[in-house]
Unconditional design. Structure first.
Length: 276
């Protein structure tokens, strides 16, 4: 069936509106519905469909949905939607899982250059299945008395707490996400506890999911940079413990700018199927 044929295209779109193939991936518990949309026929403007896909009771269940599309300037294009059905800013774990998915489709081998909402990223798929994602440089960091705010592809509020395991992340996170100075635009909210000089534990409330997630890649990156910026460590390579496992973050601090930022961790296939 040729997609250049108008009748065939209409038939294909109608077929996709009834059912489509998907793959489920997760990175340290941050899970995603992956769809090969190189034909460009997925109904990306149907927010209800995407929300239903991500619903953990009535759908596949995920923190977000990701389309892999054709790109004229890179190996592929990643389009990310939060669980609320809305297209959103960069998802670090989602990007790493997308690289693994693209490799399974034969689009890439072990190295890639791909397009995301914030521009082009590079990544490496290692033999152990982990993916290292190169993030964009960070220079604008706001350090307030009791929190740090920075954007690592997505906006992040970073706040130190004690007894992280017992901390009411959902309740406190929702209040911060919706309150001043973020209001309607919102921010992801990360609560952090220091384990040692190179080791921090975090729990994250994610906007768009509107709940705590088991992991947040851009959040882990934001925490590592914020801890260095506030002088809580001088290390430029850290282990960030999330509820779903461990992530590695490394960078180079040059004056007020953070460069060569890498986020590395597992990106694993869970299952595949059809969704109607």
């Amino acid at each position: 069936m040729s997609l250049t044929d108008n009748k065939s295209l209409k038939y294909y779109v109608a077929l996709w509106s009834m059912q489509f193939n998907f793959h489920k991936y997760q990175g340290t518990g941050n899970d995603f519905v992956m769809i090969d949309d190189r034909a460009g026929v997925f109904l990306a403007n149907d927010h209800n469909l995407i929300e239903r896909c991500c619903d953990r009771r009535f759908g596949i269940g995920a923190d977000g949905l990701i389309l892999v599309q054709e790109s004229s300037t890179a190996d592929f294009k990643m389009v990310y939607f939060n669980a609320d059905g809305r297209e959103s800013t960069l998802c670090g774990n989602g990007a790493r899982c997308t690289v693994a998915f693209a490799a399974s489709l034969g689009i890439i081998s072990t190295k890639t250059r791909f397009q995301a909402i914030d521009g082009v990223h590079t990544a490496v798929l290692h033999a152990d299945g982990s993916v290292a994602l190169r993030m964009h440089n960070v220079s604008e960091i706001r350090c307030e008395e009791d929190y740090t705010f920075l954007d690592t592809g997505s906006p992040h509020h970073v706040e130190m707490v004690e007894q992280l395991a017992q901390f009411p992340v959902k309740e406190k996170g929702r209040l911060i996400r919706q309150g001043a100075p973020y209001f309607e635009a919102g921010s992801n909210v990360n609560f952090v506890e220091k384990i040692n000089y190179t080791h921090f534990a975090i729990r994250t409330y994610e906007r768009g999911v509107e709940d705590e997630t088991l992991s947040c890649g851009t959040g882990a990156t934001a925490v590592a940079i914020a801890m260095h910026k506030r002088g809580l460590t001088q290390a430029e390579q850290m282990t960030i413990e999330v509820e779903g496992g461990s992530l590695q973050v490394s960078f180079s601090a040059v004056g007020e700018q953070y460069t060569s930022i890498d986020l590395q961790g597992p990106a694993e296939f869970v299952f595949a199927g059809k969704f109607a």
